[in-house]
Design a protein. Structure first.
Length: 351
């Protein structure tokens, strides 16, 4: 018997490595050569311009959005999601993403699909300005159903010592800005898939909320990467806190960057619920509270800024390509009330 008889094709693995080497090379940046094939990869923070860096590390996955990609037969964007979920968590601490590694596991390696996936990862790294310096491709027969795969990512960033953002200076009177999301991003897909099942639609059907696109294509819109725009505002000293709106939605994520004595009061009337969320809300019969603790509801990143810096922060973020909305304010906290209050959501988001 051979290893191939047991279900592991070493030749396919080597073919994938060769196919993705140019993709990794396209993400090269100062500090890293972004070459693949060694047992480990090196990165020099000094070459990247840092004098006394503090390293910040994150890890994440794409979740059950992968099931949508698998069923829709589209694998070219989930790699962007993978990078986004990691690097957006770095930038909220004021850290510049430096390098990225991925873990791709499947039951039987499909070189073409694998190349599409890594192509998306490389695109995400280019958007974030970080180098794809390595990863692992694991072919594990018996661990996954036919066609299934999983992705995990690991990102490392850096900031000069003393410049990290922790939200400790947030105070009553500060302004809350919302940066528009590109769609559902990469959270809540277990519920999304249930809604699709209830709708009776296939992923190849026309999307009810996006003219000219299939349902699968629309739901696979990749997570927006906020790194370059947010870092510009951070380096200008205009950001007090940033919150990446992931699992837990607006309700659970904003308090993670607030001091104990304040509340973020968010007015849902300040923006229109994007069509994909209106469709999900209607079919799942979700109330506003459940919407705001499950989905980003059209706001993928929240920034807290001093009132006097709000206009300049808005300008910098808009120059970076963001759609910026003033969505609320910071006020004193009364007792043990929740640290995020979303106002008027029930009336603002009536289907």
């Amino acid at each position: 018997m051979t290893y191939r008889d047991a279900g592991v094709d070493i030749d396919a693995g080597e073919a994938l490595v060769e196919a993705i080497k140019p993709l990794a090379k396209s993400t090269a940046r100062p500090g890293a050569a972004a070459g693949l094939g060694g047992f480990g990869a090196l990165f020099d923070p000094r070459e990247a311009g840092f004098k006394d860096p503090v390293l910040v590390a994150t890890t994440d996955g794409v979740g059950t959005k992968l099931k949508v990609a698998i069923e829709a037969g589209r694998h070219d964007t989930v790699g962007i999601d993978l990078v986004a979920m990691c690097v957006n968590d770095l930038v909220v601490q004021g850290a510049e993403p430096l390098f990225f590694l991925d873990y791709f596991a499947t039951g039987k390696l499909d070189v073409a699909a694998g190349r599409q996936i890594v192509s998306g990862i490389a695109e995400g790294c280019r958007q974030a300005g970080c180098a794809l310096i390595g990863g692992e491709t694991a072919e594990m027969p018996g661990m996954y159903a036919q066609g299934d795969y999983d992705l995990a990512g690991f990102a490392v960033g850096a900031a000069e010592r003393g410049t990290l953002i922790d939200g400790s200076t947030v105070a009553a009177g500060d302004v809350v800005l919302g940066l528009a999301s590109s769609g559902v991003h990469s959270n809540g897909y277990s519920l999304v898939r249930k809604v699709v099942e209830r709708s009776g639609l296939t992923y190849g059907a026309d999307a009810p909320f996006a003219a000219g696109r299939t349902l699968g294509e629309a739901l696979l819109t990749p997570t927006r990467i906020y790194v370059k725009s947010c870092m510009a505002a951070v380096r200008a000293g205009k950001i007090k806190a940033l919150a990446h709106i992931t699992g837990g939605g607006l309700i659970e994520n904003v308090p993670r960057v607030l001091p104990e004595g304040v509340v973020a009061e968010i007015d849902a009337g300040c923006w229109t619920l994007p069509p994909v969320f209106a469709w999900l809300k209607q079919l799942a019969k979700l109330d506003a509270h459940e919407m705001t603790r499950t989905f980003n509801c059209g706001i993928g990143m929240v920034a807290v800024v001093a009132a006097g810096d709000a206009m300049e922060a808005e300008r910098l973020l808009a120059e970076g390509g963001e759609t910026v909305l003033r969505i609320g304010r910071i006020r004193p906290r009364s007792g043990d009330e929740a640290q995020t209050q979303v106002l008027q959501a029930d009336t603002a988001w009536v289907s």
